[in-house]
Every structure is written in C-alpha cells, then in structure tokens.
Design a protein. Structure first.
Lengths: 170, 1227
C-alpha cells in the first residue's frame, strides 16, 4: 500500500517528507497527493491530544501499555507508537511521538485504492517507526544539524526508504 | 453561515419572516433579531382551544419553539423528506409590514407562500386593525404577539394533521426515487457490518416474529390482528404524530407516540422509520429533562439499546440501579423475547444520565439507518444520516463544554444560550460527559460517507458544522482542514448567487483562521526569527493559491490582490514561472487601477545606489581648514597624541585600505553632471517594469535627473531573477551643507503603481550572523544603506601661462643663484582666487620614501634633514606672491632659485599654487585646488672637493720656507697670542674646477683668509688651511646629535654607548669644520658668475685618524709632552729630556701614582734600543713613579755613545703615549 510519511517539528514544520510507493502498487492519485500534507497536518491535533492523555481510551490508540505519558517510566519506547490515530475517508493515519516532541506521522492507503478501510499491521508499522526514530536520533547527533531544520541528507532518505520497503510496501 | 444543528431542531417550528413594505436590510434584520431572541413560549400562556390533539392545556409545561428564518434556500430540495421528517416544512409565515398597504395583504401572503399552514402579519410603525392574523407591534408586547401566532399555528396544525391521518406514508427513498442520495459508507458496510448485522438480524428475526405472538407486553399494544403492512403504516402515522406533538410542545405525548411507533416498527424491520422514531424519542427525553418533568424511559428504548449496548455507557451509570440491571438475564440474545421484556425495568429519569442515554440511542439509530441501506427504496438518505450525526455532535459539544450534564447544559442545548462562563475543558479531570476524542471519533463517522456526492448546500452545512465542532474541541488544524475542503467544494459553485451571498458573510473570518493556522501570517520580510524558521511551505502555498482562486471567483479584487501579493512576497521561491505569471497578469495587474493602496510587494527592491563622477581626471577641490580648529577638535588631537597608539601607523603604511563604509562623503561640484547607478533586484520569475523613478523631495533640492535623458528610458525593464544596474545621468543643482547630504531612499513606481519610498537595502540579516540592526522602522531583517555626498561650489581655476625659462627648464651651476618669473591666469569668469598659497616640491623630496628616516644613523639623518630643510626654505623663494588673482586676470610671480646647497640628484621642482575662493560667510573652511608648474633644472658641477686630509703640525714646520699663505698666519698666531704651533693642524683640500671656465676662489676658515687661487678648467689644486686643534676642554661626546624633526618614535639604534660617543665626536668635529670653512668662487666667464662651495656635500665623515689629530686629548686622563733643549748633539754630550705631564681636566682624577716610562728607539730602524745596549746611556731608570699633582715634570739625562738618529717617546701607565716624539741626532 502506498504510504505518505512525514516527520513534523515542534512548530508544525515538516522536517522530512517521503512517499513510499512501489512499482507494483498503485501510488496516490494526484488529487490525494496534494491533500496528503493537509491530512497529516490536521492529524497533529489528534496527536497533541493523545500526547497528554494519561489513559487513552481504547479504540484509537490500541496499544495496551497505556499511552505516551506512561512511557517515561518504562525503558523501551513502545509507548511512543500511538498506532492508528485518525482516519480520513479510506486513509488511515498512524502516529509516533519522539521524546523530543517530534511527530512521526504516516498516511496509509489501502492497496486496492477503492476507498475501503485500510488495515494497519501494527507490529510492522511500529517496527518501522522505531527504526526511523533511531535514524532520526542519529541525524540529531550530527553537530551540523540544528533541531527543527529539514533533514536533507540523502543517506537518511535512502535508509528510510529501505526501511519502508522492508516493513510497509511489501 | 455556520449553521447550528441543535439536537432539538426537530422540535422547532420553522417560521419564515418576510418584509412587506419598504425595508432596509439592516432595520429588517434588527426586527427579526427581536423575534429570534424570544423564540420560545410556554403553552400555558396560549389561549386554549378545543382540539384535543394539540390543545395547549394538555401539557401546560410544554413550549412552542419558533425557528425564525429569513430565507428558505433548501426548501425545494428537501420536499421528499417532508413526509418523513415533517419539521422540515416551513409552517408559519410572518410578514413584517411597515407601511400602510392597499389590498388584502394577508391574502397576497397566502398566495405567495401557499405551502405554509399559518400566515400572520405584524404591522410595525404602521397602524392597522388587529385581527386574528394581524397584529400591531406598537399596541401589544412582542411576547403576546408570538403567543397569538403560536395559537394560530396550533390551530392550523391540527387541520394539517387531520389531512395526514389517512395518507399512506412512504419513505423518502420511495418518494424521491433516484434523485435521493443514498447513504454511501466508505467502510464497506457490506463486508464489515453485514456479518454482524445479519447475525444480529438473524438473532432478532425469530424473537420478533415469535414476540408478536408470545410477548404479552408487546401484545398489549393491541395491533396483532392487523396485517403487517397496515401495522407498519399505522406505526409511521404514529411517528408523524409524534413529530407534530414535538412541534406542538406536547413532549410527553410525543415520547409515548415515538415509543409506540418504535416498538411496532422494530417488529416490522422498518429500520429507517425506526431510527427516526428513536431520534424523536431521544429529543423528547432531552426536552422533558429540560422541563424537569418526571417521566420514565420507554421500555422499547431500554430494551433496544440496553440489549445491544456494549460500552459502559448504559443507562446504569447510577450505581443504585446497577444491581438491578445486573440481575437482568443477558446471557444470550436468543432467550425468548418475552422473558427479557418482562424483566426489563422501566427506568425512571432520575436514575439515568441523560447524555449517555441519548448517546446510546444515537448509536442504535445509526445502526438502524445502516441496516436500512440494504433496501432498495426504504433506505436512509445520506442527508438524514449526516444531520443526525451533526445534531448529536452539537449535543456532545454542549455536554463537553459544560463538562457535565446539568441544567445549564440542557438550557444551552434547548435554548442555545451561551455558557455563562467558559469552563476550560480539561482532559485530566475525568468528567462524566464526553471526552474530546470520543466526540472526535463520532465526528469522524462523517468521513465514512461520501460527502462529495451530496448537494452543495448540504455539503456546506456539513462542513461548516464540522468546522465549528472542531473549533469547540480546540482542534484548529482539523478545523482549517475542513475549511479547506469546504473551499475546494465551494469553488465550482461560487457563481451561484444564493450560495455566494451566504458564503460572503463568514468568508473573512474563515480565511483569517486558515492563514493563522497554516502559519502564513508570519512576516519573514520583517522578522529574522520568522525568516529563519522553516515552515510547511507546501501547505501554505497550496492554501494561498486556493484563497486566490476563491477570491478571484468571487470577484473580490482586493482579496485576490492581497493573497497574490502574499504569495509573491513570501513564497516566490516555491512558485513556478507559470504560477507567478498568472498571479501577476491575472490577479494583480488588472486590479491596480481599482485598488489605490496596493503597494509593490518586494520591500528590498533597491539594493544599491551610487553616484559616480563622470570626469575621473578632473581635479576636485579639497576641503581645507583655514581657521584655527575649535577647542573640541584640538582636545581630540592632543588626547590622541598623548597616548602612543601603535596602530596609527597602520593607516599610513597599511597594505589594506581601511574600510570606508558609507561614512565618507563623495564630493561633487555644483552643476556637475554625474552618473547615478541604482541596482534594482527582481527576485521573481517575471519581468518588472519600473514606471517611475525619482528622488525624494529632500534630495531633489540638491540633485536632479537630466530630464530629457532619463525619462525617455522609462519604463525600465528588469528581467526575471536578476539584478539590474540602471545608469542615469544626474546633475547637482544646489550646494549642500558642510556635513553633506545622504540619499537613503528613492521614489519608485512599479507596474504603474503609485510610487513608494524604497530604502536602500544593503544586506540581509540572518539569525546567527546577526549584527544588531537598529533600523528605525523596526525591520530587523535587513540593513539599510545610504549614499553620502556633498556638493561644493565650483571655485576659480588657475592655469599656467608661461615663464621666462625656456620650456620651463634651465641649466644651473652648482652654488649659483638665478631669478626667473612665471605667469598664471585665473580662467574662471566669475570666481576670483582670493586664497593663494605658494609652495614648491623638489625632486629630492619627491624621491624620498615616507619612512626614509627609519634605520638611518643619526648623523646621516641630520645631514639629510639639514639639506631638506634648506631645500624647503631657501632653495626657491617667491618674491612677489600675490594675495589674490581676480577672475579672468593674470599675475606674474618672480622666483629666486638658490643652488648653493642643492644635492647633485636635484633635477627640478614643482611650483605648487594652492588656491581657492574664500567666502566671507563661511570662513573657516575653504575648498582649494592645486596648480602644479613643473620646472626642470639640470645642475652642473662647478667647484668640487674630491679629497680632504688633515696633518698635524710639528715644530719642524719653522724650517719650511715661507711660501704658503698659512705660514704667516700661524707665525702671527704664535707671536701674538702666544699659542704653540702644535695647537694647529693643517687641512689639505683638493679643489677641482669641473666647469669649462677658469675659476678664482677664496677659502676662509675662521679668521684665516687664504689668498685667491685660480684654477683652470678641469684642474685640481691643493689648498692648505690651518686649523686650530680642539682644546682638551671641549667635550664632544657629551653633546647629542640634534634632531631637526621632532615627534618621531625612535627605536633604539642598537649602538653601544661607546659607538654613540664615537659618532658624536666625529659628528661634532665635522660640524666644527663646516662651521668655520667657506669658499666663494668666481668664474672668469663673460658674466663673471659667482657662487659658493657647499662643503657639507663634499666633506666625508671624519675618520678616527683625523679625529685624533684634531682633538688630541680626547680619550686620556693625562697628556705628556716631551721636549729637549737640542736636536743635535755630539757624542758624549748630555742631552736632557723633559717630560711634562698635564691633566686632562675632563678626566681629572685624584691624587694617584702614575708610572711614566721613556722609550728609546733607533729612528732609522724603528727598533727599541735594548737596555743592555751601549748606544745610549741614561741616568737612573727609564720608568718613574710620579704623582702628577705634585711633580709633573720629569727629566731624563741621556748620554749617547754612538752616532745616529734617535727617537724618544714616553708613555703613561703603559697606555697613553705622547703625541709628538722627540728626535735627536748624534753627530
């Protein structure tokens, strides 16, 4: 399924944007391509709401560990993954929050492209997010990189894309 | 236009208020507002009438709620729903009349709106006879009028309802046919819901079918004998009745009707009507709760919803009831209906939380609506589905805002009154109302529908309602996303007048919100912070493009231009060429004429400004301070020199020029033509046309364009993505003040826009390389520059006319003088040169490096500087320098050249005339120019001194024949002054005549005047001059070599103290000689040229040998003189040698013992005579210890035994020798 992925900085500025498609899959229709950033931008409201939920109700955040706020007490970063946070027509939106308040957001479209509901494969998507998070932390270690600046490194891009190939666009 | 979908909307009576007479829109709307504020009336206030169904007395607590509207746009689209949801119909028409009209107005009104059931007229500001349908605003209170209108309505309603009683009600899908939009769910209800639905249905089916037979409680409804089709029809009738009862304020009856209808419809799987009946049920519950009337939740609701309720939001939130509910057997839905039904408790309103009840009923409603979708005609129209969701959302939002479900919230829901105080929704507090996310998720159900397929009015309603929901939740981004979708959907329909009119009301606010949320309101052109923060440009560009298109469709030129400008100003880097062209040509340029305050959008248009002098070679007058500097300036100077500043040299010798910045004025002459260079930038991808370019009025006082030239060039074209320098000729028309004038902005008009003042932007500021810019207009993004210039008056102009020298060149003999004269003319016709300074600059001075004095020994420096000083002061003299040269007149100036001490590298000099005009008004500063007149001189050698030597004089001089002129002089000295011959030395000068003619010369030294000597051409003659040796008392070491130029910083010369004193001795010795000596010569040519010899040029530095001769006692403490009474003795004769020890007063030591030794030499061989030799016998010892203070004379008696010539010397302390040895010959 084609995906549109973005890392959003603390001022609603995109730090990194990518669209994951593969040759044998449909890509986003052109009118949707234009809409994708808007959908993501709108979903930030939901992330920001979920972010401060001490006990998010099940249904949207299906992770069992009890929301992002609990995560500071646990060692793994499972709680950063917010799972499916939003949907817009047939598109599902998943989110992931880094501890530095970087929002990783992705639009999943179903492979059929017929407007049906998209199913999220949580373990795969979670793994993708965690590895991208790791890449992001590495990018952050670069002394020439400033927080909230766009990441332009082609290495970062190619690594994210290969992760996407591994986990998402199979 | 943000329509509020109140949950109780179906209980309101739609009323259309129409203006009759002559109204202004404003006054009409004011009146309508009065009505809208008093929209609900109590039934108890209405005069009863005798119809049973809607008699107000039946339920006096009830209310009539009017929904006063001024338009009914969607009426005809909704006709198919009028049977299904009758509240959609406009029941009442009220005509507001403000003038007396002829004819039957009421009848006309009825004819105009035949569909309405009740027509009323209210006369405002106009009298009429009150009747049943006609009211006088002035005579009755507005409440009374509305009560009467309510009564009219209720009466009419009962008639209207009676017509419904026998109609077979059809579903909207059946009425509307294909034109009705069926609800389309994106989440594929076929695959997701059907499995559950079929299961549920199959679970229900047997129960229902058997329930009909078996359930005693349902049987009690007593419709078992009627065929199902009729039963269903009857149930629909009951539902409609419920709707009417709701409108008529009889909520209790409505509750019963809906409950009854629901239970029958449920049995017959009439899902769409069932859903709608349940909706009516929930509205009735809310209204009854609002009226605080005790009632019980109907069994059917309890039954339907509790059975399916999965979440915690059951009715049983009240803990006391939980027990009783848990006892209800719920293990299997397959249990017989009767057993459940019998055990379902009838819940009392006190025991439940209304909001949860409403929510769970709503979930059932949606479920039933979805179930209906499988039918071909009995399906739920999308509009009904949507509006239910929106009403529920509105309800949930009210609960959310109120944080709990209390009376205040109910009042808000029913009366739409605002909350008294906005309680801040706090997520951390667990409230019993709905959470933000719950509401959001419910709202998201709308996105399971294909909203795009609905008609545009409905879409607008849905989107605006959704936007206001998000606004209430604080989801601003969501809201803007919806607004954007709304805009996109609206776009094709903006031509529609109705929609356009509605749209315009809130358009501004929405666009403002969009710009705010997407961060477009930032101002990167002013704030460094904004410029360095990156933002989501894709979104911003897309939103702005949308706004532009919207506004242009709307023909709102102002907004179109505003947004286009925003795009160009801030997002030109992401726009394509086509886009930029389109923005410019389609949106901005056409509206230039209509928008007077439109400004050019690039504030950094002018990037540089300069005025260049056209005539580079032209001499510019320089500013000169002629009056004494004022006190401040003086202090500055003195404080500057008091502290040594090691870096000041940098400015003199530095390789790099000090950065001048914009602080130095460029100077122009009055009336001068110069070239203005303006650099303009065009960051856009289209070409810019400069249609106007001028100076600001302050600058126009001083500088102007040469009109005919510059204005032919307009409009100037600046190609896209480039900077262009524009060269324009300008002229200076007025003198500026002393401190000059600066241009920091230009008036520029672009594309025919009114000209703006554009400041010169030199550079931009970035966040991290920020200098503190203190721009006066608060713009921290850029640094402004300015061009400083000064216009000065054009002064007089002198030119050199002629001189008495041929080609300004002449040949001169060294040591001679010459006079000549030259003529200068003041070319200027009106300015007299009344400030004149004559000076000259010789080739010697020109060839000197500015740091010639560095690393030069002090004596050489003195040498050079005396020469320079002489060149400066005595070489050229202006004999009759004038004080002023009048305009257009000439002056002749006589010059005396003195070649007496000119060095041979002298090749000429420049006469410098600094001139200017001095105003009486402005007298301390003058602008001067300098006229250079070069004079070439070839210097020829005349009398030279190739060599000089000094020899000491001895006694034997006496025997020299009296041939030299110095001898009588010396003899005279000895005789008269009692001096000794040895006090003198002889200076031998080789004097050469290098010129073509013979020369006769006289040499003088102090009081010695030599005989006149004649030297042939190219011959050398040696001249002997007696010089008195320097006395021992003269201390040459102590005196420092003088500095002619002061104020220099000398680093240590690196000489030891000894070397320094040595240098001083030699220096002063030479100075002494130069002081005494002089020589005049006269050529034996036709004119008898005379001249002098500059010995300083020819005399070498004194060497140590000469110094020893001239200053014999300089280094020692003592001096010894030897003398003998005879020079020649015979063998055997005794010769007495006397040694006299003298003090050198400078080195006077205390009484000490000195050893004095005599030395005997053989004069021929120069060897010492050994002590054992018998050649000369002496008496006593050769070495004596003497104390010079007491016995300074020592004698030695010698007895030579062998013939020969001997020499006797003596030494003190083995170090100091006598100067002149004693010779004697033994015959």
């Amino acid at each position: 399924m084609p995906c549109y992925f973005a890392i959003i900085g603390s001022r609603d500025n995109p730090i990194y944007e990518a669209e994951f498609t593969s040759p044998h899959l449909n890509s986003f229709p052109s009118e949707l391509k234009e809409l994708n950033p808007f959908i993501l931008h709108a979903s930030l409201d939901i992330i920001e709401d979920l972010q401060w939920q001490s006990n998010p109700q099940s249904g949207v955040g299906t992770n069992t560990s009890g929301g992002f706020l609990r995560s500071r007490h646990s060692n793994n970063n499972d709680n950063c993954y917010l799972s499916k946070i939003d949907h817009f027509y047939g598109l599902a939106i998943t989110g992931y929050l880094s501890y530095g308040n970087m929002k990783f957001v992705m639009i999943h479209s179903n492979s059929a492209g017929n407007g049906g509901t998209t199913q999220i494969d949580d373990p795969q998507v979670r793994a993708f997010y965690q590895e991208v998070h790791e890449l992001y932390v590495k990018a952050l270690l670069n002394p020439f990189y400033k927080l909230n600046d766009p990441i332009t490194s082609p290495v970062f891009d190619s690594k994210v894309r290969s992760l996407a190939k591994k986990y998402l666009t199979k | 236009m943000i329509e509020s979908y109140s949950l109780v909307g179906p209980a309101k009576i739609r009323t259309l208020v129409v203006p009759i007479g002559k109204w202004t829109r404003k006054s009409f709307l004011e009146k309508v507002k009065l009505f809208q504020e008093r929209f609900d009336i109590r039934l108890v206030d209405i005069t009863p009438f005798d119809d049973a169904t809607f008699n107000p007395q039946g339920f006096p607590q009830g209310r009539l709620m009017f929904d006063f509207r001024t338009s009914h746009v969607e009426e005809e689209h909704m006709l198919f729903l009028h049977d299904f949801e009758p509240y959609r119909k406009t029941f009442v028409i009220i005509g507001l009349v403000n003038q007396k009209l002829d004819g039957n107005v009421l009848e006309t009104l009825r004819q105009t709106y035949p569909d309405a059931i009740s027509h009323n007229l209210i006369y405002i500001d106009a009298d009429s006879t009150p009747s049943k349908y006609t009211f006088n605003y002035s005579s009755a209170s507005i409440e009374t009028i509305i009560c009467d209108i309510g009564r009219n309505f209720l009466e009419a309603l009962s008639h209207y309802y009676s017509s419904y009683k026998h109609v077979t009600l059809r579903s909207p899908g059946a009425i509307g046919g294909n034109s009705v939009l069926k609800t389309t769910l994106t989440r594929q209800p076929a695959s997701v819901t059907t499995t559950t639905a079929t299961r549920k249905i199959s679970g229900l089916d047997p129960t229902v079918s058997s329930g009909v037979v078996r359930s005693p409680s349902l049987k009690s409804l007593g419709r078992t004998t009627i065929p199902p089709e009729q039963q269903r029809s009857k149930a629909r009738q009951i539902k409609i009745l419920g709707n009417f009862q709701l409108l008529a304020g009889r909520y209790m009856d409505a509750l019963q009707s809906f409950a009854e209808a629901a239970s029958i419809l449920h049995k017959h799987h009439d899902y769409i009507w069932l859903g709608n009946a349940l909706e009516g049920l929930s509205i009735s519950i809310v209204l009854l709760a609002y009226l605080q009337v005790p009632f019980q939740i109907p069994a059917i609701a309890t039954h339907l919803c509790q059975l399916k309720a999965t979440s915690q939001s059951g009715y049983s939130a009240s803990p006391s009831k939980r027990d009783s509910i848990s006892t209800t057997p719920m293990q299997s839905p397959r249990n017989s209906m009767s057993s459940i039904a019998s055990k379902v408790r009838i819940l009392d309103v006190q025991d439940v939380i209304i909001s949860n009840v409403v929510k769970s009923i709503s979930e059932r409603i949606l479920y039933y609506y979805e179930l209906s979708l499988t039918h071909n005609s009995e399906y739920t129209p999308q509009l009904v589905y949507c509006e239910h969701i929106l009403r529920m959302l509105q309800f949930m939002i009210s609960c959310y805002k109120g944080q709990s479900f209390d009376q205040q919230v109910l009042r808000n829901i029913v009366l739409n009154t605002p909350f008294e105080e906005i309680k801040s929704p706090n997520n951390f507090v667990e409230t019993e109302s709905f959470s933000k996310l719950e509401i959001y998720r419910f709202a998201n159900k709308l996105f399971e529908l294909q909203l795009k397929e609905m008609d545009i009015v409905s879409q607008i309603k849905v989107y605006t309602a959704l936007a206001s929901v998000y606004d209430s939740l604080g989801f601003q981004r969501k809201r803007c996303f919806i607004l954007r979708i709304l805009f996109v959907s609206l776009m094709p329909h903006l031509d529609n007048v109705d929609i356009n009119a509605k749209w315009k009301e809130n358009y501004g606010e929405m666009i403002h919100a969009l710009l705010e949320v997407y961060g477009i309101r930032r101002t990167p052109e002013n704030s460094v912070q904004d410029a360095s923060n990156c933002s989501w440009v894709t979104l911003q560009k897309s939103v702005l493009m949308l706004c532009v298109t919207m506004a242009s469709k709307d023909r709102d030129k102002e907004r179109t231009a505003e947004f286009s400008l925003l795009l160009l100003k801030r997002y030109s880097h992401v726009l394509t060429q086509t886009e930029e062209h389109r923005l410019l040509n389609d949106y901005i340029l056409p509206s230039i004429s209509s928008l007077p305050d439109l400004q050019y959008w690039d504030p950094f248009l002018v990037r540089n400004l300069e005025i260049l002098q056209l005539d580079v070679n032209r001499e510019m007058p320089r500013k000169k301070q002629i009056a004494p500097i004022n006190i401040n300036g003086f202090n500055e100077n003195s404080s500057d020199s008091a502290v040594f500043n090691p870096f000041r040299q940098n400015s003199v010798n530095g390789v790099t020029e000090l950065s001048q910045g914009g602080h130095r004025n460029v100077t122009f002459l009055l009336g001068e033509t110069a070239e203005l260079i303006v650099t303009l930038q065009n960051p856009f991808k289209f070409n810019i046309e400069i249609t106007e370019l001028s100076f600001v009025p302050e600058d126009e006082l001083y500088v102007k364009f040469l009109k005919d030239l510059s204005f032919n060039e307009l409009p100037l074209l600046i190609p896209g993505n480039s900077m262009r320098s524009i060269h324009l000729p300008v002229a200076f028309i007025n003198e500026t003040a002393e401190e000059g004038q600066s241009i920091d902005k230009l008036r520029i008009g672009v594309f025919g826009l009114p000209p703006q003042l554009m400041r010169i932007v030199v550079s931009e500021n970035l966040l991290h390389s920020r200098e503190e810019s203190n721009n006066d207009d608060g713009n921290e993004r850029c640094n402004y520059g300015c061009f400083r210039y000064q216009v000065i008056p054009e002064g007089p102009e002198l030119e050199f006319v002629s001189s008495t020298l041929n080609d300004n060149a002449c040949m001169l003999l060294d040591g001679t003088k010459k006079m000549f004269s030259f003529i200068v003319r003041n070319k200027s016709l009106d300015q007299s040169a009344n400030y004149l300074v004559f000076s000259h600059l010789t080739s010697v001075e020109k060839s000197l490096k500015p740091d010639y004095w560095k690393k030069m020994p002090q004596d050489d420096l003195y040498e050079i500087e005396t020469q320079l000083k002489w060149l400066q002061h005595s070489c050229v003299r202006f004999l009759n320098a004038p004080h002023a040269i009048e305009a257009n007149s000439t002056a002749e100036i006589n010059v005396e050249l003195n070649m007496a001490r000119v060095p041979f590298q002298f090749s000429g000099f420049d006469i410098l005339i600094e001139y200017g005009m001095q105003n009486s008004t402005n007298s301390n500063v003058i602008y001067t120019k300098v006229l250079h007149v070069p004079i070439e001189i070839t210097l020829k050698r005349s009398v030279e001194i190739p060599n000089m030597n000094v020899i000491p004089l001895t006694e034997s001089f006496n025997e020299v024949e009296n041939v030299m002129d110095c001898v009588p002089y010396l003899m005279n000295k000895v005789k008269k002054n009692g001096e000794q011959i040895s006090d003198y030395a002889l200076m031998l000068l080789d004097m050469r005549n290098s010129w073509l003619h013979d020369v006769s010369l006289n040499v003088q030294y102090d009081d010695f005047i030599g005989n006149s000597i004649s030297i042939e051409s190219m011959h050398t003659v040696r001249v002997v001059i007696p010089i008195r040796r320097f006395s021992a008392t003269l201390n040459l070491k102590a005196k420092e070599i003088p500095h002619l130029v002061t104020g220099r910083q000398f680093v240590s010369s690196g000489l030891t103290e000894e070397q320094t004193s040595d240098m001083r001795e030699k220096f002063w010795c030479r100075e002494r000689i130069l002081e005494g000596i002089s020589c005049e010569w006269k050529l034996q040519d036709t004119v008898g040229t005379t001249g002098t010899v500059d010995f300083r040029q020819f005399l070498e530095k004194i060497d140590t040998r000469l110094l020893d001769i001239l200053s014999p006692h300089r280094g020692s403490s003592y001096a010894v003189d030897l003398s003998s009474h005879k020079n020649m003795i015979e063998v055997g004769e005794i010769l007495q040698i006397k040694a006299t020890v003298k003090f050198n007063t400078l080195h006077a030591k205390n009484d000490e013992t000195v050893s004095l030794s005599f030395l005997l030499f053989n004069r021929r061989t120069g060897k010492t005579i050994p002590k054992a030799s018998n050649a000369v016998l002496y008496n006593g010892k050769l070495t004596r210890q003497i104390r010079p203070m007491h016995n300074s004379e020592v004698t030695l008696d010698l007895l030579p035994l062998e013939r020969g010539e001997y020499e006797i010397a003596c030494c003190l302390n083995s170090s100091e020798f006598n100067d002149v040895p004693v010779y004697f010959r033994v015959m």
